[in-house]
Design a binder for this molecule. Structure first.
Ligand code: AMP
Length: 117
């Protein structure tokens, strides 16, 4: 099993964070250093370090992450205007935290160049 991460501590409420959604499979919380008006991270509760470690058996879990982002965008009122979902993978992809996470960025017009952040 993969090592616990700073996000594991957030999931277990061991360190403070602004959790906006949580269930048995995923947790969503506000990014501590937001790159857009709304910047939320959606993470699987179990540690999957990067996209490279996703297994076939995780397919439903990955789908759940995307569906959670979709629901949050609707609940927060910017689904119709649009938003951006990003997953960074590994060093060249700019991934800093080795716990798979989906960035939900929205609430404003996002820059196109360089994916905006
Ligand atoms: P990435 O570069 O894709 O690995 O993104 C990691 C993200 O985690 C960055 O946007 C950070 O601002 C964010 N982050 C790091 N530590 C925390 C934390 N304790 N609470 C919330 N977000 C965090």
């Amino acid at each position: 099993m993969a090592e616990e991460t700073i996000f594991s501590k957030i999931i277990k409420h061991e360190i403070p964070s602004e959790i906006v959604y949580q269930d048995d499979e995923v947790t969503a919380f506000k990014d501590i250093s937001p790159k857009a008006k709304v910047h939320i991270l959606i993470v699987p509760n179990k540690v999957i370090p990067t996209v490279n470690e996703i297994e076939d058996e995780d397919a439903a879990l990955i789908g759940k992450m995307v569906l959670t982002a979709k629901k949050l965008a609707k609940d927060l009122g910017f689904a119709e205007n649009g938003y951006r979902l990003v997953i960074n993978c590994g060093e060249d992809g700019g991934q800093e935290v080795p716990h798979l996470h989906l960035h939900l960025l929205g609430g404003q017009k996002l820059r196109i160049v360089g994916l905006g952040f």
